[in-house]
Design a protein around this ligand. Structure first.
Ligand code: AHM
Ligand code: MG
Length: 324
């Protein structure tokens, strides 16, 4: 089986990008080890802090953030990082660093204490050519500018799903500490009979979303004339991994609980990297109204409504919203 590093080199990936991905994987391996120890190393439970989003930070949110930040900022290729767990971007001492990295250090962290899958999501951007001083504006680029994106799912095995803009490949972490190629050129089935949404928010959704889900639940008796199955892990990494593996639809739409926010999930740490993976694997990713990767960010912690997965199902969902 091929090592991550040799696979990337063999596919003529930019050597500096390969070096940055290797650095990211050093951090993810450390996070995987900490997670494996769980209760034994005293890393479970919450801290007294809340992040900028107003969410209580788990101890492992903070640990994973610190590991990624420390390792990345030492790499001279990295000009700065932005994280779901940091109020503001953090810059390195390397003013000529070529890359910016945004990440959700531990997505799905409400699952940590119950020993269910979580993951690290990352997105890599280049510093704009005309960049001046260090500022948050350097990061405010749309998702089409990503040069690479991926996640590491910490499940029964740790799996990296990666795109450098030339398809999606998966690598499994071996006991030797190497990521080995296990799925080449991942392709999402075009149609699906599986959807994922937090149904408890039903009464807060827009009418087209309610109608779409009603029609899925009506199954073969309804207008879709087909039975659907539902999953909700509350860990986006695990949901996207399922979709990359066997198809499906995942959505976390806008809802009326906090009407001023465009959604719960974040554009720069979740929406854009997952959209790049899904599109590179032949799926679709939308806000329900437009392509996520074309959303122009005006805030590093910007939220976004997300619907992604098997092409035909995302198209069907968009049609309900067009009628509106
Ligand atoms: P997090 O980044 O704080 O972990 O939040 C993101 C997670 C996603 O992984 C998941 O899809 C969603 O939040 C679950 O939310 P809910 O608990 O509202 O179902
Ligand atoms: Mg998250």
């Amino acid at each position: 089986m091929q090592l991550l590093n040799s696979f990337l080199k063999h596919h003529q990936t930019d050597p500096e990008l390969v070096e940055l991905i290797d650095t990211l994987m050093i951090a993810c391996k450390e996070i995987a080890l900490q997670l494996r120890e769980g209760e034994l190393s005293g890393v479970l439970g919450v801290t007294d802090n809340t992040n900028i989003q107003g969410e209580t930070q788990k101890k492992l949110d903070v640990i994973a953030n610190e590991v990624l930040k420390k390792v990345l900022l030492l790499n001279p290729l990295v000009r700065g990082i932005a994280s779901e767990e940091e109020d503001d971007p953090v810059f390195s001492d390397h003013m000529d660093g070529r890359f910016l990295v945004t990440f959700d250090p531990l997505d799905g962290s409400s699952n940590i204490d119950i020993n269910v899958s979580v993951g690290t999501i990352f997105s890599i951007l280049e510093v704009p050519r005309d960049a001046g001083e260090n500022s948050v504006e350097l990061f405010l680029q749309n998702g089409c500018n990503q040069v690479a994106a991926g996640y590491v799912l910490y499940g029964p095995s740790a799996v990296l799903a990666l795109t450098t803009g030339d398809g999606v490949n998966m690598f499994t972490l071996a006991h030797t500490g190497d990521f080995l190629l296990t799925h080449e050129d991942v392709t999402i089935p075009v149609s699906t009979g599986e959807f994922a949404i937090n149904m408890s928010n039903y009464r807060f959704w827009e009418a087209p979303m309610r109608q779409y889900i009603d029609d899925l639940i009506a199954g073969s008796d309804g207008p879709r004339e087909k039975n659907y199955n539902m999953r909700w892990i509350a860990s986006m990494v695990a949901e996207v991994h399922r979709i990359l593996t066997r198809g499906g639809l995942f959505t976390y739409p806008w809802d009326a609980r906090e009407p001023a926010k465009p959604g719960k999930l974040r554009l720069m740490y979740e929406g854009n990297p997952m959209s790049m993976l899904i599109e590179q694997a032949g799926g679709l990713s939308s806000t329900c109204y437009s392509r996520i990767m074309e959303v122009e960010p005006d805030n590093i912690h910007q939220r976004v409504s997300i619907a992604l997965g098997s092409r035909e199902e995302v198209e069907a969902l968009i049609k309900y919203h067009e009628k509106k």
